[in-house]
Design a protein around this ligand. Structure first.
Ligand SMILES: [Zn+2]
Length: 308
């Protein structure tokens, strides 16, 4: 059997949350609630009656940047801007999304919206000279079963993700400093059907440039850190597993930039190995992890390198 038959892909639909609100207004504007939808203590879409209509506002309750996309459909109401908006909220930031105004008096107006979000800054500028640690213990090496551009499932948004073959319970180490934004570790199932992705355990770390480092398919109760905890490159943060959309124990790791509709785009990053820097991970490669201080230094931007 071809090796690729075992490879798993990252399913990201578990990050998606969609809310729909329908509000009928006849005659006077009526707003049912000010805080219409909050999710996971992270994002709220608030609705307020304003002089001209309904003001939609986004509120970030978390100490991390989040990027959302919201689309409005309305009858007899309109906004000055586009119906679909993708924007980033800084930590604890609120801002106006749009105001829906009634186009005619004494008509029934309706609107609904749906939205999705993810951690991270869509405008993050990644320092491509930054050197990442391999996400496992120094001195160890694991075989890459999907590298950059592997056609099985590391395509499109996952183009620059890497799958490392490792048995369940293998220590996973942070590839870069950051703060833990999200953890799931309650799952125990790994399978290969639609919807299996909802069973993935993972740790999401936000880096100081607004990108995220994401570690997937972890063992049940395999997160060794907590949300809000600062982690350092090389720190043991989790135990690998085989949960989610997967058929073989492995670690999926990538660095991402938020895009629209709760999606994230993987970014090509460089890794330190015992044999020097690598610009891309290759399927079949075995890379020995090494502390970054032993690796080649980045050619530029040393300040960022040291401070990340
Ligand atoms: Zn993968």
């Amino acid at each position: 059997m071809a090796e690729t038959d075992f490879f798993s892909r990252i399913p990201r639909q578990f990050l998606r949350t969609v809310a729909t609100v329908v509000l009928t207004i006849s005659g006077l504007l009526v707003v049912s609630q000010a805080r219409a939808g909050c999710e996971l203590d992270v994002i709220c879409i608030n609705e307020e009656k304003s002089r001209n209509g309904i003001l939609l506002q986004a509120e970030n309750l978390s100490p991390f940047p989040i990027t959302y996309t919201l689309r409005v459909r309305a009858r007899n109401m309109s906004s000055a801007g586009p119906e679909t908006v993708t924007r980033t909220l800084a930590a604890l930031e609120s801002h106006e999304i749009m105001t829906l105004t009634r186009s005619r008096k004494n008509v029934v107006t309706k609107y609904r919206y749906n939205y999705d979000w993810t951690f991270g800054d869509r405008d993050a500028i990644h320092d491509d000279n930054y050197v990442y640690r391999l996400p496992y213990e120094s001195g160890k090496s694991y075989r890459v079963i999907q590298g950059y551009g592997s056609r099985f499932s590391h395509t499109g948004l996952e183009q620059f993700a890497t799958d490392f073959r490792m048995s369940e319970g293998t220590p996973v180490h942070a590839a870069r400093d950051g703060v833990v934004a999200k953890i799931e570790e309650s799952n125990s199932l790994g399978c290969w059907r639609d919807g299996c992705g909802a069973h993935a355990n993972y740790v999401v770390v936000v880096h100081n440039d607004g990108t995220t480092g994401e570690y997937y398919h972890l063992q049940q109760n395999g997160a060794l850190v907590d949300v809000g905890e600062r982690v350092f490159a090389g720190q043991k943060i989790a135990l690998s597993g085989n949960t989610g959309h997967t058929t073989i124990p492995h670690l999926h790791f990538a660095v991402y930039r938020a895009v629209d509709w709760g999606n994230t785009q993987s970014i090509a990053v460089r890794f330190a190995t015992a044999d020097g820097l690598i610009e891309r991970t290759r399927r079949g490669g075995r890379y020995q992890a090494t502390p970054i201080r032993q690796a080649s230094r980045p050619t530029t931007s040393t300040r960022n390198y040291l401070s990340n």
